[in-house]
Write a protein that binds this ligand. Structure first.
Ligand code: SF4
Ligand code: SF4
Length: 147
């Protein structure tokens, strides 16, 4: 179960959006190109608001927000197709052979079997990937691409 509610996360996103807008305004002034003193109150305000929503740190908030995106995206998209073993999603894994194959494919970890996930799809799959994602009927009111 997620540690933070959707309401807390959405309130946190609003606080971050306000912070980003205020930050952009501050840095749009040519004489504020370096880190100005005025930045600190903005950050303090944001951290205070996130704390009120139950987040101990910015990192904890962004992790929870991303977790919510993943859960929502997995309801919005259904994966279809088969893996062609191209190895393009395996990056620097120690089991990736020079040929691009997985040395332990038949015994690969569950996370490798389950990926790519819907969030990977939204982030862009390797063009070689032969999985596809199909939109389900699930209606989401969440911006799953919010970062
Ligand atoms: S173990 Fe997983 S990530 Fe590593 S090469 Fe095999 S399939 Fe790719
Ligand atoms: S990119 Fe897609 S097809 Fe290629 S190894 Fe990864 S999951 Fe399989």
């Amino acid at each position: 179960m997620p540690q933070h509610s959707k309401e807390n996360i959405l309130a946190g996103r609003k606080a971050v959006d306000v912070y980003r807008a205020d930050h952009a305004k501050l840095y749009s002034k040519p004489w504020h190109r370096s880190i100005p003193q005025e930045h600190t109150p903005l950050l303090d305000k944001l951290q205070g608001e996130l704390k009120e929503e139950g987040f101990k740190s910015l990192a904890e908030f962004f992790d929870a927000s991303e977790e919510l995106n993943k859960m929502e995206a997995s309801k919005m998209y259904r994966r279809e197709g088969e893996c062609n073993r191209c190895g393009k999603c395996c990056r620097t894994c120690k089991y990736l052979l020079e040929t691009g194959e997985c040395a332990i494919y038949d015994d690969r970890p569950q996370v490798c079997i389950d990926s790519p996930f819907a969030m990977d799809y939204l982030g862009g799959l390797p063009k070689e990937c032969t999985y596809r994602f199909v939109r389900t009927d699930y209606k989401s009111d969440l911006d799953v691409e919010w970062r």
